[in-house]
Design a protein around this ligand. Structure first.
Ligand SMILES: [Zn+2]
Length: 434
């Protein structure tokens, strides 16, 4: 049967959840207005006061906030509490310009761990499980976030962090890890190294669950991981601005439950800012309902997704984010056409001769954008007959064109050629930016 961490909240009827959200939204709007000079100013510019928010539908009266706001107010200009109330900082790497700093009060850490406690319970983890945390520990939220959530449910944490892969595999065997949390690309690497060491994840370890995220991945990769290693692979979602990793799929593996009592989500048209109905793809916007050091109002996350508010088989009433297509930041534009690395991945992973690792290289030839996809071929798919390889590369190129509407040059390489990563994989090299 299904297990819940907090059955009362997780199965709360939608109407009651809405009432709870409404109350929390109203007090959150007052809170940021009274405590954060940033929000007071932003509300003034938009001509709204907290009293204008009387019901959930009034949310759209409030102005959006953006990642650039966090950068412009670096380090702590968006905080709503004095620094002496902050018990921890996390800092995102930020590919351009200043990083973003997020602070946490004791209650914020509690909310974060609680969110993950619900999520980890929903994928069947609990006391008796050994959860190997292979995300980076430190300024990055992955390691410590999972760590606190896993301890909260009474599981045993094995805080390996990233790297030292052979030792990870040894500890996985010797201490009986039943679950692992890391990036999907790092897990593929672990599986590859294990095979080289003569260790079968399926037969020689107790691993049964993977919690994978921090980089976009596809259902096709999930299928490959599950078939190759015998574990169940779950998607996890969260961003450093929201807290860090917060939500996972439940055992249905059909969408990521977002806890409505903690976060209010909207999906909008990224161009017009108009709210979109359930089932339409748009940009994810979140409002925090229970976060105090740095609450966010209508923060534009930049991920493209679809909301599903239908009841889930698992009995949870909280809405689901359907598999996330990617961040608008990750999108590459090739000759005016939008391409997401996750789309390339879903095409590649359906072709049996293609290995688990790939890289997209974008460049400019004269005035034209060109895209090359470097594809590793599996040991068994590798042929010394040039004609076979040529027909394989043609086939891949044709399938990519069918989905992306963009012509891609396919370069086949030997297994092990593309650099492996211990954290987020480098899937795209855009030479146009250099
Ligand atoms: Zn569910």
């Amino acid at each position: 049967m299904f297990d819940y961490w907090n059955p009362h909240i997780e199965r709360m009827p939608l109407e009651d959840l809405k009432t709870l959200q409404e109350e929390r939204l109203k007090s959150m709007v007052h809170y940021v207005y009274d405590h954060s000079p940033f929000y007071k100013e932003r509300f003034k510019e938009a001509g709204v006061v907290p009293e204008d928010v009387k019901e959930l539908a009034d949310l759209t009266k409030l102005p959006f906030t953006y990642k650039v706001d966090l950068r412009n107010t670096y380090p702590t200009g968006m905080f709503s509490l004095p620094k002496n109330r902050v018990v921890r900082y996390h800092v995102s790497s930020g590919t351009t310009g200043k990083p973003t700093v997020v602070g946490y009060t004791k209650d914020d850490i509690e909310m974060w761990s609680d969110s993950l406690a619900r999520a980890l319970t929903s994928i069947g983890l609990g006391r008796g499980d050994v959860i190997q945390v292979g995300y980076g520990y430190g300024l990055f939220t992955g390691g410590l976030g999972l760590h606190y959530g896993a301890e909260k449910i009474g599981a045993t944490v094995l805080p390996t962090g990233t790297g030292n892969t052979e030792r990870q595999i040894m500890l996985m065997q010797d201490l009986g890890s039943t679950a692992i949390a890391c990036t999907p690309s790092y897990f593929l690497h672990i599986a590859e190294v294990a095979e080289r060491m003569g260790v079968s994840i399926r037969d020689d370890t107790s691993l049964r669950v993977g919690v994978f995220g921090a980089e976009p991945w596809s259902d096709e990769t999930r299928r490959r991981i599950e078939e190759a290693t015998g574990i169940k692979a779950y998607d996890i979602f969260g961003t450093s601005e929201m807290s860090g990793p917060l939500f996972t799929e439940c055992q249905e593996q059909n969408g990521i439950h977002v806890w409505s009592d903690m976060f209010l989500i909207e999906v909008i048209d990224p161009k017009t800012g108009e709210e979109l109905p359930d089932g339409e793809t748009g940009e994810l916007v979140i409002t925090t309902l229970s976060k105090w050091a740095i609450p966010l109002i209508r923060y534009r996350i930049g991920d493209l997704t679809v909301i599903n508010s239908e009841p889930c088989e698992c009995g949870r009433t909280h809405p689901r984010l359907m598999r996330i297509l990617g961040r608008t930041d990750d999108m590459i534009v090739i000759r005016g056409i939008n391409v997401f690395p996750s789309q390339v991945e879903s095409v590649l992973m359906t072709i049996p001769e293609v290995g688990d690792h790939y890289q997209i290289i974008v460049d400019r030839k004269g005035p034209l954008d060109v895209m090359k996809v470097m594809v590793e071929v599996t040991e068994s798919g590798f042929s010394d007959k040039i004609a076979d390889l040529m027909s394989l590369s043609k086939r891949i190129s044709k399938e990519l064109k069918g989905v992306l509407n963009v012509v891609a040059d396919v370069e086949l390489v030997e297994p092990g050629t593309i650099p492996r990563s211990e954290g987020k994989a480098v899937r795209v090299i855009d030479k146009r930016k250099v």
